[in-house]
Design a protein around this ligand. Sequence first.
Ligand SMILES: C[S@@+](CC[C@H](N)C(=O)[O-])C[C@H]1O[C@@H](n2cnc3c(N)ncnc32)[C@H](O)[C@@H]1O
Length: 286
Amino acid sequence: VSATSRMTARPHEEADITLKASHRAMWAMGDYDRFARATVWKLGPVLVEACGITRGQRVLDVAAGTGNVAIQAALTGASVVASDLTPEHFAAGRRGAAEAGVEVEWIEGDVEALPFDDATFDVVTSCFGAMFAPNHQSAADQLMRVCRPGGTIGLIAFTPEGIGGDFFAQLAPYLAPPPAESSSPLLWGDEAHVRNLLGTRVSSLTMTRQTYVESAPSPEEYCRLFMETFGPLVAIRASLADSPDRREELDRAFSSAIVRWNGGRGDGPVEIAYEYLLVVARRAPA
Ligand SMILES: C[S@@+](CC[C@H](N)C(=O)[O-])C[C@H]1O[C@@H](n2cnc3c(N)ncnc32)[C@H](O)[C@@H]1O
């Protein structure tokens, strides 16, 4: 946040700058690249295929993390921009793109104020990303704005009823209360909510509930992965450094939730099936 933007910001803008800075700091903690490669990496190809991304298209992946979608999209020959609130992810993203032999452009940006002109992209995607912006309508409006008329918007979000819902319920009591005007990220996994957000600006809208499985050799290793790498959990545990009892309470609750979620055999690897909503919308032609 530059000194100039602070001086010229109005009170609600000032509050948003502070909020987004705290979100950025939280997502920058841990090791998002290690986390993503062990969990959500396999959803990149799912979103790329669902959106029909092909060579020559201009693609924007929003809240791109370290590039699970962006790198996969670039492998098709598309021209890809990866944008995220947290530029701390970009070094790993650049490394991953280089290892995959593709070029991706990395640009810092808040999904509620995307730094791109109207109608710049043929396809706009976001995997478990845009859902975390507090103002859903402004995020939806921005995704729509930067997509060209007739272009495609593809989103993946946890459903409220799936294990992702329970996962975030475990963390919520330990996070700072969200601002009054913000909505739960899980609503992006609700069909009626998404239909309302995109409104009449789409010419087609398909929404399918699907699952993907996260696995680890044991419940203890799955738990350790999250505690070492998943920014929000790393941030919460750091904030409880002076409250060891609460931290232990969280750790116990999280460990027993993993046992509850585990669909694998008790003595074998952990297998946790997360339900998500896959949304593919076409922006109505001009
Ligand atoms: C769960 S991660 C998903 C990252 C990536 N899409 C993936 O599937 O691995 C959520 C991402 O959203 C980003 N994010 C959170 N709030 C954001 C906002 N307001 N604008 C843009 N990105 C945001 C975080 O920095 C983080 O990279």
